[in-house]
Design a protein around this ligand. Structure first.
Ligand SMILES: Nc1nc2c(c(=O)[nH]1)N[C@H]1C(S)=C(S)[C@@H](COP(=O)(O)OP(=O)(O)OC[C@H]3O[C@@H](n4cnc5c(=O)[nH]c(N)nc54)[C@H](O)[C@@H]3O)O[C@H]1N2
Ligand SMILES: Nc1nc2c(c(=O)[nH]1)N[C@H]1C(S)=C(S)[C@@H](COP(=O)(O)OP(=O)(O)OC[C@H]3O[C@@H](n4cnc5c(=O)[nH]c(N)nc54)[C@H](O)[C@@H]3O)O[C@H]1N2
Ligand SMILES: [Mo]
Length: 768
């Protein structure tokens, strides 16, 4: 399996390859019967929510919707392997840190709370009471609560997230960096300004009605495989599917549905994209602005010829603001700039605009290819502009659809995991729990790292995730964590963050979503919110991986009691005894959760109201706002190219098919034809020749930034790929060390992991 092979992948996405991969996962993780039973409970009304991605499923009541990568996530959590204290007796932390991420993950589920012992450089078992006392002691000793940082990854349930934010605010800070800060933060920011809600407006049913679906910077074949079912159905009924992506992605081209036996046995394949636009990395704003220019020009022609208008004049007049200034800006934009920056030619942009204009109802989806750039907020607002032009928001079959990552990342935000909370929310929270929440805004991910670098002795607490590996500027981030007085990780499995210790460090193992959670009143269910604002129950079905695990809500409650003591008027244990009581409190704080317990118990759950979906615009102007944005021509990549004669490339870091963020399941990326190797660099054949190298050569990658630091990652193999010249792609997290901490999206502060200016050197071994 680990033999390195690079070959062009000619099969469709899905198909037999996907079925084979699921069977392998189930076998690799131990008990096949249990594995299969666990899979069959995913996304069932009485089962658990798949811990994979946030794509919704039809009413949450359908029979198991097949998903290869969901299966990997489920199998990884319900593995029979265990990382017991024996493992930690055998290895020092220094030795563990030398292992690969893949190896760490493969040790299986953690079974006991562990405390780092600096003298032996080992993690030793510790009691839960001792662990909570240690954290409480550290937190209480801080000069100010703002010296503590509380990270959240997006798998945490609504109930755990709600208790967590309550505890942290009762403690006294809004320091809530979370994985959203590296992910869809720009989507929320851009949409709140433009249409008054931070969430997408479309539902699954809209995919069945859309005439055109635009997909920007997203790779559903790997990251949201169940979305391919929707796209396949849309393609089959003749909807236009337009993909904008520098790379040819197999899942956007051809799909064979493993759920459809006649398709599988008959060898039938569905073509997904009707048009594929291979634009430059970071070229989306230019491409969409070009499309808008075509629409406006067509509208001018229509008016001159007394034909029906191309834009939705009535919608624009009634529902939007700033149209005239925006249209003037677009019409004045130069085609040369649009073509240069997008990397598409005029005919391609006209073609995309024609398909857009031909469609009555249009959905626009986007992923990390849009959000992880300096100009991501502007790009998203340009996509919203395109939709608004023809009234494509707030009616069936149309709307924006940011496709979220983690299975409950959207819910965590809804529950108040937010470093910039609204005042009205804080007031409600304070009233419901009889305390005064802190008002000052807290740290996001980038500023949290900077704060830990700038002043030592902070406390870093992580509710899940892999902060040391998922964040930018790896060596700096490691130093930031090592500067802390205490680092704590609530987690299911061992990962690198646990090995980058503060002066003291704790690993607190928790129940996973597939496991039965029994509290004082009996078995508990939690709730999650998917990417389309559907809230539903999730109940585990497997016995816990170890008798010593606690649920995340219980960990928060016990930590709160240990830290806050008599100061807190909250009945922590009462809430944890019966999660219905947590949900009653959630209903008290958020209007849209009124009658939460009753509504969520209906199979399929319920939909949270989306104001923009109903054409109510909660913006300052009371309307949906058009935003004019110039096509950027002075980004870090432009600046770096200006300064050098030799080729400077724009590098996008992305996911392989065999990983879930920092969790590496295997070394293959089937749809891109890469097997047994992750240190690869996708590059255009002519660029390989231009730097005087050959396919299969090894290079070191150096990123360019103006902060004077030299950042390099070593030993990547050149792989010829269908990608525009000047653009490169490689996997994260191996390349995170190239992303400068100081390089992030305007306004939203998302690290620019999809556009890193780099130069290539022939590989030099470290000792040379
Ligand atoms: N199996 C699996 N599922 C996952 C995850 C996982 O790691 N594994 N991660 C989850 C999470 S947290 C998230 S956020 C999502 C991420 O899902 P995606 O958004 O699909 O994430 P990526 O793989 O990072 O990159 C997406 C695409 O962006 C393209 N791209 C790069 N630069 C540009 C650009 O400038 N413009 C355009 N138009 N495209 C560009 C890349 O070629 C790639 O196809 O998936 C979630 N689901
Ligand atoms: N260069 C680059 N960097 C990126 C990205 C990129 O595209 N390029 N993508 C960014 C994105 S979109 C995201 S969302 C972040 C992801 O950042 P994170 O959310 O921090 O990282 P993950 O790898 O998803 O976290 C995986 C860990 O979560 C823990 N875990 C799993 N399940 C549970 C659970 O039920 N409870 C608890 N407590 N812990 C659990 C396990 O220990 C596992 O190792 O990375 C970002 N970083
Ligand atoms: Mo994400």
């Amino acid at each position: 399996m680990d033999k390195k092979v690079i070959q062009v992948y000619t099969q469709p996405a899905g198909g037999w390859g996907a079925l084979k991969s699921v069977a392998q996962q189930i076998l690799e993780h131990g008990n096949p019967a249990k594995g299969a039973r666990t899979l069959l409970s995913a996304n069932q009304p009485d089962g658990f929510d798949c811990p994979g991605c946030a794509w919704p499923d039809a009413d949450h009541t359908s029979t198991f919707e097949f998903c290869e990568n969901g299966a990997k996530a489920v199998a990884a959590e319900s593995t029979a392997r265990r990382a017991t204290p024996d493992l930690f007796a055998d290895y020092t932390v220094t030795q563990l840190a030398e292992k690969t991420d893949h190896w760490l993950e493969a040790q299986g589920r953690l079974t006991h709370p562990l405390a780092y012992d600096r003298v032996s450089d080992k993690y030793l078992p510790v009691s839960w009471d001792t662990a909570f006392e240690l954290i409480a002691m550290h937190l209480r000793a801080l000069p100010t609560p703002d010296d503590a940082i509380f990270y959240t990854s997006g798998r945490t349930s609504n109930e755990a997230a709600f208790l967590y934010q309550l505890f942290v605010r009762e403690f006294g800070t809004n320091n809530f960096p979370d994985c959203s800060n590296m992910c869809h933060e720009p989507s929320g920011y851009a949409m709140r300004e433009a249409i008054g809600t931070g969430k997408g407006t479309v539902l699954l049913a809209d995919f069945q009605k859309a005439d055109a679906i635009l997909i920007f910077g997203q790779n559903p074949g790997t990251n949201h495989p169940r979305m391919l079912g929707e796209l396949r159905a849309a393609a089959k009924r003749g909807a236009a599917i337009m993909s904008f992506n520098p790379l040819r992605e197999r899942g956007l081209e051809k799909f064979q549905n493993p759920q459809d036996m006649s398709e599988m046995l008959g060898g039938k394949v569905t073509s997904i994209s009707s048009d594929y636009f291979q634009l430059n990395i970071g070229g989306d704003l230019a491409a969409v602005k070009g499309m808008i220019k075509c629409v406006l020009e067509a509208d001018i022609v229509a008016q001159a010829n007394a034909q029906p208008r191309v834009i939705d004049v009535a919608f624009i007049a009634e529902h939007t603001a700033n149209f005239d200034a925006f249209a003037a800006d677009v019409l004045a934009e130069s085609w040369d700039v649009i073509i240069n920056e997008s990397g598409l030619d005029r005919a391609q942009i006209q073609g995309a605009a024609d398909s857009y204009m031909a469609a009555g109802k249009v959905i626009a989806c986007w992923g990390m290819g849009i959000t992880q750039h300096k100009h991501s907020v502007a790009t998203i607002q340009m996509i919203l502009n395109l939709l608004l032009l023809r009234g494509n928001i707030g009616r069936p079959g149309a709307g924006p659809c940011p496709v979220r990552g983690h299975s409950n990342v959207q819910g965590d935000r809804t529950m108040g995991i937010n470093e910039r909370p609204k005042r009205a929310f804080l007031e409600r929270l304070g009233k419901a729990f009889d305390f005064t929440p802190p008002l000052a805004h807290g740290h996001d991910t980038v500023s949290a790292i900077q704060a830990m670098l700038d002043s030592p002795d902070k406390v870093f607490f992580a509710m899940g995730g892999n902060f040391a590996t998922a964040t930018p500027d790896t060596p700096l981030t490691h130093r930031a964590l090592q500067n802390c007085a205490l680092t704590v990780h609530v987690t299911t499995k061992l990962n690198r963050s646990h090995l980058v210790c503060g002066r003291e460090a704790l690993i607190l193992p928790c129940l996973g979503r597939t496991e039965i959670d029994i509290q004082a009143s009996g078995p508990q269910a939690v709730t999650v919110e998917d990417s389309m604002s559907m809230v539903h129950l999730s109940s585990g079905i497997n016995p816990p991986a170890s008798a010593d695990l606690l649920s995340e809500p219980m960990i928060v409650a016990r930590l709160a009691m240990a830290t806050l003591g008599e100061k807190s008027k909250t009945d922590w244990m009462g809430m944890v005894a019966d999660y219905d009581r947590i949900r009653d409190k959630i209903a008290l704080v958020f209007d849209e959760f009124a009658d939460f317990n009753a509504r969520v118990k209906v199979p399929g759950g319920f939909h949270l109201r989306n104001s923009a979906g109903e054409r109510e615009w909660l913006t300052a102007s009371g309307k949906a706002n058009f935003y004019a944005h110039p096509v950027p021509t002075d980004l870090p990549i432009h600046q770096a190219r200006e300064l050098r004669d030799s080729p400077v490339f724009n590098l996008a870091t992305m996911r392989s098919h065999d990983q879930y963020n920092t969790t590496i399941y295997g070394l293959n990326d089937r749809y891109r034809g890469v097997f047994g190797e992750r240190r690869v660099l996708f590059i255009h054949a002519e660029d390989i020749a231009a730097i005087g190298m050959q396919v299969g050569d090894w290079v070191d990658i150096e990123s360019l930034s103006d902060d004077g630091l030299r950042r390099q990652v070593k030993r990547f193999m050149l792989v010829e790929y269908n990608i525009p010249r000047g653009c490169l792609a490689a996997y994260f997290p191996e390349t995170n060390g190239l992303v400068p901490l100081s390089s992030f999206a305007d306004y939203a502060r998302t690290p620019t992991s999809k556009s890193i200016p780099v130069i290539l050197h022939p590989h030099q071994a470290a000792h040379e």
